[in-house]
Design a protein around this ligand. Structure first.
Ligand SMILES: NC(=O)c1ccc[n+]([C@@H]2O[C@H](COP(=O)([O-])OP(=O)(O)OC[C@H]3O[C@@H](n4cnc5c(N)ncnc54)[C@H](O)[C@@H]3O)[C@@H](O)[C@H]2O)c1
Length: 256
């Protein structure tokens, strides 16, 4: 049956940065589709809260305090997740940060901070979980890129973020090509402006908001819930012949 292919029943997924925003929504979406969820999150307050919410939904959840910038932290997270659940079927690389800084002003530390989380974190988690998936000859990785990996946003300056997300899109293709032979599929989602802590304040009372809305053919930012079904699609057998793809979900922003 076609709809059965969207089911994540009996599967285990890891969501990095699952403590708030899009990551929290992805945790809920995966649980709703039948999966148990590992919340690999830096924030020791929000991570356990989301784990409680998932348990209340009737699925199992495990918060593991994780810093995706540190390979040791990532490897410890994967070991703990496997010890607890015995399997990892899919990985959602969602943790990310943004800085609005003019390129001529950005310090080496600020530049590295963004690349460390947004690019190195995605690679470290993919490598650590990918090794397990290769051994199992089965797995799916979903990377949260951004439309900023395809265009340059305006009016804010964010060269480090744009660069990191463009790299995530190409890393997605590179890993997809290498790991197709192991039955590990790697795809990305490129969201436009979504209403989370990262973007919402700018819509409400900032000079950016009007410019952003003017650039969106659909005339509004996205709600996190509008990404959930896309994530389930890429995590499940519904996307069984897709790898290396980037699914753009931006209300049309990249059309203009
Ligand atoms: N909100 C948007 O408009 C938008 C648009 C396109 C892409 N994205 C991307 O979506 C992802 C989620 O964004 P969001 O809007 O939910 O942001 P958010 O700031 O609300 O949440 C990010 C989460 O990542 C966690 N995190 C940060 N650094 C971490 C680290 N080193 N290790 C582990 N966890 C860490 C934070 O604690 C937080 O829970 C990011 O990759 C972001 O770049 C967001």
């Amino acid at each position: 049956m076609m709809m059965d292919r969207f089911s994540l029943d009996g599967q285990v997924g890891v969501v990095t940065g699952g403590g708030q925003g899009l990551g929290r929504t992805f945790c809920h979406a995966f649980a709703e589709a039948g999966a148990d969820v590992v919340i690999a999150e830096l924030n020791p307050t929000t991570g356990p809260q989301v784990a409680e919410e998932i348990e209340a939904q009737g699925r199992q959840a495990l918060f593991i305090e994780t810093d995706v910038r540190q390979m040791e932290s990532v490897e410890a997270m994967v070991a703990q997740a496997l010890a607890h659940f015995g399997r990892i079927d899919f990985l959602m690389n969602n943790a990310g940060i943004v800085q609005h800084l003019e390129a001529e002003e950005v310090t080496p530390e600020e530049w590295r901070d963004v690349l460390d989380v947004n690019l190195n974190g995605v690679f470290f988690c993919s490598q650590a979980v990918g090794r397990h998936m290769i051994q199992e000859r089965r797995g799916r990785i979903i990377n949260i890129a951004s439309m900023s990996g395809l265009i340059v946003n305006r009016p804010q300056c964010q060269a480090s973020y744009n660069t990191s997300k463009a790299a995530v899109i190409h890393l997605t293709k590179s890993l997809a090509a290498e790991w197709a032979q192991h039955n590990v599929r790697v795809n990305a989602i490129a969201p436009g402006y979504m209403k989370t802590a990262m973007a919402e304040p700018f819509f409400d009372d900032h000079e950016y908001g009007g410019v952003w809305i003017d650039g969106i053919p659909m005339g509004r930012p996205g709600n996190p819930e509008e990404l959930g079904p896309v994530a389930i699609f890429l995590a499940s057998e519904a996307s069984s012949y897709m790898t290396g793809a980037t699914v753009v979900v931006d209300g049309g922003y990249t059309l203009w």
